[in-house]
Structures are given as structure tokens and as C-alpha cells.
Ligand binder design. Structure first.
Ligand code: FMN
Length: 208
């Protein structure tokens, strides 16, 4: 059975524009893949493990080719559980608003927790190799302004290039970006039109 991980990075619940678009996308996935299992991870509600000195020391052990040892072994249990939860998914939906031109800090926290050597990527003599290839990722985002590709404002968008880089590092290259914009620099009618445009795009993706 196909598994979907929905990573929610807006704390605004029912008021979230991003989640309105994401809800339509999730419904489309359920329509195309009957019985698809949806696992929702709300990074604002979840108590993510802190990347404190013990956990960071563990990362350096792995980066230098050692096994985890000492205090790091237990401290990494939560990290490994999050990595396994991510890797269990065939399809990953990341729902994120733009915050200060990039992703909200809780989503960055989640990425800093799970993007680990030996799990998401490994270093080889011929360079780094992604270990999470084969997964499909759809990034749903809304932004107060308009950073549409091809416009001068595109250069300010740090969501798209950052997620492309970090996902690509793990070997995930099947990426679709759905952006609702502008949200705040718009009239209520204009905003609705942009949200509906993004929903139509979400519904046009074929998962069957
Ligand atoms: C803390 C914070 C920072 C924001 N920074 C930006 C920004 O840099 N650029 C922008 O266009 N919009 C910015 N916004 C506006 C949001 O991206 C926009 O309102 C978005 O639609 C919110 O999504 P949501 O309704 O799913 O939470 C910011 C909003 C918040 C709360």
C-alpha cells in the first residue's frame, strides 16, 4: 500500500491558505490511490528532538565513518524514528508558507533532525550519494508576495532553491512545486483566485 507523509509547516490550522491547497492535493491522491495511507506530521505540534551537543556529536561520529557510541546511541533513537517515518513514505507532501523568504524554522528544525549521513545520503570515493531516491515530493507553498519564476522577485524565493538542494542531496529529484501567490499583496477576490488556481493545479496531478 502506498504511504504518504504530509509534513505540515503552517501553525494556522483551518486559517492556513497553504493547507487549503494541500487538502485538495491530499484528496486527489486518495482518489487516484484508493486506500493510500496518509501520515500527517505537524512540525509545530510535534516535539522534535533538539540538535544539542550530544546529538550533534553523534552526527560527527557518523560523518567520520564511526558507529554511534556512548550517550549518542540513546539520544539518536528519536532521530532514527523520524528518519524511518520519512523513509517509509512513497509520496511526501510538504506544506509550507514562506516565512522571511524561506521555510518556517520548525520545518528547518525537522530537516536538521532527519538529514543525516548514512540514512539520507552517504559519502563515497566518487562523491556523495543520495539514499532516499525514488520518492515523489510535492511542495505546496503560499507566499504573501509574488515570487513567480521568471519575474525579478524570483531571486528572493529561498524556499524553492533550498528544498531542491536538500532533497536532491538525498537523491529525491521527482519534485513538483505548487505555489499560491500573492496572498497578502492581493485583494480578497484576487487571493481566492490564486488559491483556486493552485488547487486546480494540484488536482491536475495524476498519481494513479
Ligand atoms: C513570520 C512570517 C513571515 C512571513 N514572511 C514572508 C516573506 O518573507 N515573504 C512573503 O511574501 N510573505 C511572508 N509572510 C506571509 C505568508 O507567507 C503568507 O501570509 C502565507 O500565505 C501564509 O500561509 P498560511 O496561511 O498557510 O499560514 C510571512 C508570514 C509570517 C507569519
Amino acid at each position: 500500500m502506498k504511504k504518504v507523509l504530509h509534513i505540515v509547516a503552517s501553525p494556522r490550522g483551518a486559517g492556513s491558505r497553504t493547507l487549503r491547497i494541500a487538502d485538495a492535493l491530499i484528496k486527489k491522491i486518495q482518489k487516484d490511490i484508493p486506500g493510500a495511507e496518509i501520515d500527517t506530521l505537524d512540525v509545530f505540534a510535534e516535539k522534535l528532538p533538539e540538535m544539542n551537543i550530544t546529538r550533534v556529536n553523534g552526527k560527527y561520529m557518523l560523518m567520520s565513518g564511526q558507529e554511534l557510541s556512548g550517550e549518542a546511541v540513546e539520544a539518536w533513537e528519536e532521530i532514527k524514528a523520524h528518519i524511518n517515518r520519512f523513509l517509509a513514505a512513497d509520496i511526501i507532501v510538504i506544506s509550507t508558507p514562506m516565512w522571511n523568504f524561506g521555510i518556517p524554522y520548525k520545518l528547518k528544525h525537522y530537516i536538521d533532525v532527519i538529514w543525516q549521513p548514512g540514512f539520507m545520503f552517504k559519502y563515497t570515493e566518487s562523491g556523495p550519494v543520495g539514499l532516499a531516491a525514488g520518492r515523489k515530493v510535492i511542495v505546496v507553498s503560499t507566499r504573501g508576495g509574488d515570487y513567480t519564476p521568471g519575474t525579478p522577485a524570483e531571486a528572493y524565493d529561498q524556499i524553492t532553491p533550498y528544498l531542491k538542494t536538500v532533497l536532491g542531496w538525498a537523491g529525491i529529484t521527482d519534485l513538483t512545486f505548487i505555489s499560491g501567490q500573492p496572498m497578502d499583496a492581493n485583494t480578497p477576490e484576487g487571493r481566492e483566485a490564486k488559491i483556486n488556481e493552485a488547487i486546480t493545479r494540484a488536482e491536475s496531478i495524476n498519481f494513479a
